[in-house]
Design a binder for this molecule. Structure first.
Ligand SMILES: Nc1nc2c(c(=O)[nH]1)N[C@H]1C(S)=C(S)[C@@H](COP(=O)(O)OP(=O)(O)OC[C@H]3O[C@@H](n4cnc5c(=O)[nH]c(N)nc54)[C@H](O)[C@@H]3O)O[C@H]1N2
Ligand SMILES: Nc1nc2c(c(=O)[nH]1)N[C@H]1C(S)=C(S)[C@@H](COP(=O)(O)OP(=O)(O)OC[C@H]3O[C@@H](n4cnc5c(=O)[nH]c(N)nc54)[C@H](O)[C@@H]3O)O[C@H]1N2
Ligand SMILES: [Mo]
Length: 710
């Protein structure tokens, strides 16, 4: 591929973003240049890309794409850089790595790699991990930003995180509840919305439980149940009350497959704490009427099979793990697990097919961990705050932390602490502006890899290389390979990219021989029937115990009981969230702010692509009941603030959001003025950097005040 292509050709690849889509991209290349990008044109169900995937040409050739290594010349964060040669940039980074390791030890380097690209070879979490393992370790982070609450719940309740179904399973559901789930916009696989709409056509009842009347609710649901954010557990528990009191449980299922129903029942009926978790009790907490709760409970227990799809956003709240545990418990007591048309609520959603047998190997090495919500605190306080090390060097790979992590203004202070910051990036993001050296990275179209869906997809996409890396850009793997050779780490990489992919393919029984796979471009794993999580456990429990300590679905977890932490109880319980509707701070900050994902971005990626920016919804949704007393009408500039920060954005006054709640899409780039007021619309200027007890990131537990800018 060294010679520019003289001919036109079509290359099959896929996005590598941290997005539930893993869609087919057909890239038309002319003379070594991307001419256009299209997608799967087969009849449905197709693996069709959305507007973001179709924007790859604009990403690759964006005017603001980083094309040369940069060295900071102004104050940190000023955005003043000058281009330097790769030789100088790599020598500087290698020199700093050696210096900090020799002077302080490797734990004083913090690797902040994240989700910029997720693929088995060039995924951001690959090369850096391998490099630092062989380098002798570093400090790094833990906690899945998307679904740590769901992962905790699945592991506790079912003993595994692999709890997904293939989306054709919805064709068997008679009731589907989109719980904090907006899959037409927030993509979870290219086939999901299609199967949901087919299910609707064949008569499934679809209900949406969400503070917003979403695009998915409009397209699919016959009922919208608006709820106050962070109170979902109370609603689920009160549904449990109705199901238990009206004797709608699946007794045989409970007896055969679960442990701990009695303890849950005692909690629900108030035997444990004197409070019956009645629909009226939940009405006062959630804002959902008792009648609606009763009906929802009856529907869920009787219109079977039912799929209660408890998505992750409600889990990204304070005590969000209880929501996933409660949803799993309801699925269990109604027998909606392991059966076609059912759904393992609280799950992370992977199906076993669609996951490679091997990815870039990361040898074991000492790596102290800091929770992602504590990264800023760890930078600021170091060992004096009880953290593993005083961080001297911050190594950022594919992460826009300043924008996407909780409490951006604390991040501003934290990024002044390290002696040296490196960032591997495609664009000069708000975070990359704080680096001392920025290394420009190639993109999906400039390298080869494998696309594996992170939702319920049972296919793989061979991501062929469409074009040569833009001059002076390199993959993360190539960058670490060069650093490794400067630091004498000879074992780092002795293979070509294609040789690695051959190995990964060979280690995956579901894939054909590499040459065949490459030729096919897309490989679907043929399935005779939809994949349903835990079908084997349910059909033949004697030979297939659940991988939990008891071998059963754990409504009550002895492991949690032994932890003896009232904030992580052994049965799911409603615990009032900080910065929820009941929090005392609400006198001062009476509005709950949520920040869903944008249809036009992947997290903060793609924010700077003009065509996508033009179609992003960056207004702040407010109910007329909140807007009118404040004199706010649609289009007004509003100030949203709390003790952590201030931002100015545009209002959209809308009945499609519950009163008392404001919603602004996450991912807009932070752009503070000289007073520190963000005019970029970065929601995390307002969020609090405190993890939930099981490690969830509570982006959706955030109280604010809103005023009109006059
Ligand atoms: N287009 C697009 N697709 C994406 C992404 C993207 O950025 N853009 N990001 C991908 C990633 S990284 C992830 S983790 C997933 C995220 O997937 P989700 O977590 O499911 O997505 P969100 O958009 O944050 O929220 C979904 C819905 O939950 C509602 N919601 C918020 N808080 C609450 C609550 O407390 N209770 C209830 N009942 N509802 C609530 C919101 O109003 C929204 O409609 O999406 C993936 N897919
Ligand atoms: N308020 C609020 N905040 C949230 C959320 C929310 O719902 N609300 N959701 C959270 C969730 S679920 C997530 S997953 C996180 C995501 O947070 P991040 O993982 O930080 O995601 P991005 O903002 O997309 O940043 C990824 C960066 O990687 C860069 N990049 C892309 N490809 C490559 C590559 O190949 N190599 C390198 N080195 N860089 C690359 C992109 O340009 C981008 O700047 O955000 C979290 N933040
Ligand atoms: Mo995520």
């Amino acid at each position: 591929m060294n010679e520019p292509d003289s001919q036109s050709r079509m290359v099959t690849t896929s996005c590598y973003y941290d997005c539930g889509g893993r869609c087919i991209l057909r890239v038309f290349v002319d003379g070594g240049v991307v001419a256009r990008v299209s997608t799967d044109d087969r009849p449905v169900p197709a693996l069709k890309a959305c507007l973001r995937g179709l924007a790859w040409k604009e990403v690759v050739y964006a005017e603001d794409r980083l094309k040369r290594p940069l060295k900071r010349v102004g104050k940190r964060g000023s955005g003043e850089f000058e281009p330097v040669s790769w030789e100088e940039a790599l020598n500087t980074v290698a020199g700093e790595l050696r210096r900090v390791k020799d002077q302080y030890g490797p734990a004083h380097i913090f690797l902040m790699d994240h989700y910029g690209s997720l693929s088995p070879l060039h995924g951001v979490l690959k090369a850096g991990r391998r490099f630092f393992s062989l380098f002798g370790g570093c400090t790094t982070w833990w906690g899945n930003f998307s679904h740590e609450a769901a992962a905790f719940s699945s592991l506790t309740t079912f003993g595994t995180k692999a709890t997904g179904n293939t989306p054709d399973n919805f064709l068997h559901s008679r009731l589907i509840i989109l719980w904090g789930w907006n899959p037409v916009v927030t993509r979870f696989g290219p086939e999901t919305a299609y199967y949901l709409s087919e299910a609707k056509k064949s008569g499934a009842k679809i209900i949406c439980v969400d503070p917003r009347y979403t695009v998915s609710a409009k397209a699919l649901a016959e009922q919208w149940i608006p709820i106050k954010p962070g109170t979902d557990t109370a609603l689920l528990i009160a549904m449990g009350y109705v199901i238990i009191c009206e004797d709608l449980c699946d007794r045989r299922f409970i007896e055969t497959y679960t442990v701990g129903f009695e303890q849950f029942r005692d909690y629900v009926l108030g035997k444990e704490d004197g409070v019956s978790k009645t629909p009226k009790w939940a009405q006062d907490i959630t804002g959902v009427t008792a009648e609606t709760i009763e009906q929802l409970a009856r529907d869920y227990a009787t219109i079977r099979p039912a799929a209660l799809c408890a998505s992750w956003a409600p889990g990204r709240t304070a005590f969000g793990e209880q929501y996933h545990r409660a949803a799993s418990t309801l699925a269990a007591i109604t027998g909606n697990i392991g059966v076609p048309g059912g759904y393992v609520s609280g799950g992370v959603g992977r199906v076993p097919m669609g996951s490679l047998g091997r990815t870039l190997p990361v040898p074991e090495a000492p790596m102290p961990l800091v929770h992602g919500a504590d990264v800023y605190d760890a930078l600021l306080k170091g060992t004096s705050g009880g953290y593993p090390a005083d961080i001297r060097m911050l190594y950022i790979v594919g992460c826009n932390l300043l924008n996407q992590f909780l409490n951006t203004n604390k991040g501003l202070a934290a990024l002044q602490v390290p002696e040296f910051i490196v960032a591997h990036e495609i664009f000069l993001t708000p975070t990359a502006r704080y680096a001392d050296i920025v290394l420009p990275v190639s993109t999906a179209l400039e390298r080869m890899d494998i696309g594996q869906p992170w939702g319920g997809g049972s296919y793989f996409i061979h991501m062929d290389q469409a074009i040569e890396p833009l001059p002076e850009t390199k993959s993360d793997l190539a960058i670490f390979t060069e650093l490794a050779s400067r630091l004498g780490i000879s074992a780092f990489n002795n293979k070509s990219d294609e040789e690695w992919l051959r190995e990964f393919t060979a280690a995956t029984p579901d894939l054909p021989e590499y040459g065949v796979f490459k030729q096919e471009g897309v490989h679907r794993i043929p399935l005779e029937q939809p994949w349903v999580a835990f079908r084997e456990q349910i059909e033949d429990p004697v030979h297939n115990p659940f991988p939990t300590p008891s071998g059963k679905i754990e409504i009550f977890s002895q492991t949690l009981a032994e932890r003896n932490n009232p904030l992580l109880p052994p049965v799911p319980k409603y615990i009032e969230a900080w910065e929820g509707p009941g929090d005392l701070a609400s006198d001062k900050y009476p509005i709950q702010m949520i920040s869903p994902h944008s249809r036009a971005r992947v997290n903060s990626s793609l924010f700077n692509i003009p065509r996508l920016k033009a179609v992003a919804d960056d207004a702040v949704w407010l109910n007329p009941k909140d807007a009118e007393p404040r004199g706010i009408v649609s289009g007004d500039k509003i100030r949203i603030y709390n003790d952590r920060g201030v931002l100015v954005a545009t209002a959209r006054v809308d009945e499609n959001i519950i009163p008392g709640v404001a919603s602004m899409d996450s991912g807009s780039w932070f752009a503070p003025d000289s007073d520190g007021v963000d005019s970029g619309g970065c929601a995390n200027v307002l969020t609090r950097d405190k993890a939930s007890p099981a490690g969830s990131f509570p982006h959706n537990s955030c109280l604010v005040q809103i005023t009109k800018v006059t």
